[in-house]
Write a protein that binds this ligand. Sequence first.
Ligand code: SF4
Length: 347
Amino acid sequence: MKQPRAKASPTPGEILWANSFQTQLLTWFRAEGRDYPWRQTEDPYAILVSEMMLQQTQIATVLGRGYYQRWMDTFPDVATLAAAAEPDILRVWEGLGYYSRARNLQKATRAVLADHGSEFPRSVAGLLSLPGIGRYTAGAVASFAWNLPAPLVDGNVARVFTRLFACDDPIDRPAMQQQLWAWAEALLSREEPRCYNSALMELGQRICTPRSPACLICPVQSCCASAGPAATSRPNKSPARAIVAVIEHALFARRDGKILLHQESGKRRQGLWKLPERSPAETTDLPEILTATYAITHHRVALHIHAAPGAIAQTGETWHPLADLPALPMPGPYRKALNQLLSDRQP
Ligand code: SF4
């Protein structure tokens, strides 16, 4: 099998192979492709929202748990999102994690309003000039909104390519990233980039899956150098970072119909409210009323919550009426723990 190379003039064999790959992929997608809401629109804003949400989150969560629809109902266009208050944005995003995605979405809409006359720049280079938009997202918006011949590589596409070309180099290495983008560029359908990019991503999501690729029913099986048992050995990655155990101690301080909360200022959860943290020494004598565990990046956190009715607010901490809690953005694990504590301790 000939592999396409990153060069100006592909050989006749490479052209034939690429044509065959495109034809098989597009034929399958026209018959079997799914009809997601973001495929029923050419609005670059709606497409950008879906791409940002899907960067770290499964389609089933974004659609099945109503995140995409809620966001589009609350912030239906560039102007509405650009004018929104940050707590309102974080509240609608709550539960999806990686909150910088929500902030970047707003920054991008503000740049569209301020620098581009309220219209998204209609090119990959223009999209890349917007805050928070990288190469993958620019390619996705350009091809899905305007059918521009823009390549894209995400985790699904990377997996498909390493299997197609039986490549064992770790996909997170810069040289391999370059190779993946070169393949994406070389194989892209210039006639139907929107359909082709959707098809390629969906092949990775539904057929060429990480653990159980369905090679027997794969539409591009005849083009693939890994079809069969070899498929699951690819792609390779550099060794993963070790999981780090972390212990947090937090206070459940409630009095006079109010609860003490701390507003995060760190990069990852900036603006979100959570129970105030204290050192182990400060909580030694306080009764523990709930233990929860959660994972964040490569950390495994054990959260110990202590009853502290006599707590005193420290810097960044505020007493909030209980009635305000539903409107305050909060990290998912803290929301869950707080809901449990409040339902256990009614009124
Ligand atoms: S044949 Fe198997 S490994 Fe190859 S692209 Fe299809 S599903 Fe993936």
